[in-house]
Design a binder for this molecule. Structure first.
Ligand SMILES: [Zn+2]
Ligand SMILES: [Zn+2]
Length: 256
């Protein structure tokens, strides 16, 4: 199998040496795709962005059948053309598109949630995601659709399919229409409630015509690399979707 979402030291919030990830990959036989953060426009000092030329200079020698080079692009409509330029201007194997910022607010922080009901905050997030998908239809895969459920400032942070059905369906439909894969991100998957809700979302993706998914642990430390991969495989099987990784921007199917 392939773990398609791993951060290394080119991400501002990560110190992991690529060699640690390669060691684990060799031991377990699980291939990896490095996807460091490129969130243009987030901070003026350039945090959460990296020098792509340096990235390729340093990591190209590690490239192999089991170690591929991708990028996690933070989607936002005001950086659409710059993001496209990066995705298309370099020889990435995989371009993962994620939402970390909604209408200028980093949803990791309080400000985004101030004076918003959960419904308002989550619907604005999903609506923004749909709009970004439309301007970033060059991505290979949509990252962590449930990202906001990590950080929402509410008693119950879960992003329930049943509560946001129309919004989630629109996102899934658009991904299907454009042939964009959906990521099964394992960060919250050990929580039973999250697992069941995510399963519902992936089953709905299948129902709407979705075919392929990637699995990624979104790990920032070596000890998290393998976390949740087993549960993610269960979701993929139960939703009857096809697991893929990307090489030279083309989906490659694998068995789980
Ligand atoms: Zn992310
Ligand atoms: Zn990530």
């Amino acid at each position: 199998m392939f773990n398609c979402h791993i951060h290394t030291k080119f991400s501002s919030d990560c110190n992991m040496d690529i060699k640690e990830a390669i060691d684990i990959s060799r031991k377990t036989g699980v291939g990896i795709i490095v996807t460091d953060h490129m969130d243009l426009g987030l901070y003026e000092d350039g945090r959460f962005t990296f020098n792509v030329d340096e990235f390729f200079e340093e990591y190209s020698e590690y490239r192999s059948e089991k170690l591929l080079l991708g990028i996690e692009i933070g989607m936002r409509n005001d950086y659409e053309s710059q993001n496209r330029k990066i995705a298309e201007g370099y020889s990435f194997d995989y371009v993962l598109g994620s939402i970390h910022v909604v209408n200028g607010y980093d949803i990791f922080y309080d400000e985004y949630y101030a004076e918003k009901s959960k419904k308002m905050a989550y619907e604005e997030y999903l609506d923004f995601m749909l709009n970004c998908l439309k301007t970033h239809d060059f991505i290979d895969c949509l990252g962590h659709i449930d990202y906001i459920a990590r950080y929402g400032r509410y008693d119950d942070k879960e992003i329930y399919y049943d509560e946001h059905r129309e919004y989630i369906d629109e996102v899934l439909r658009y991904a299907v229409k454009k042939g964009i894969s959906l990521e099964v991100n394992t960060r919250r998957i050990d929580d039973k409630k999250a697992y069941l809700n995510l399963l519902k979302i992936y089953k709905r993706f299948k129902e709407l015509g979705g075919k392929t998914v990637t699995i990624g642990s979104d790990s920032h430390r070596a000890s998290d690399i393998e976390k949740g991969l087993k549960e993610a495989c269960e979701i993929v099987k139960e939703a009857n979707l096809i697991p893929v990784y990307f090489k030279e921007r083309k989906a490659v199917e694998y068995k789980i």
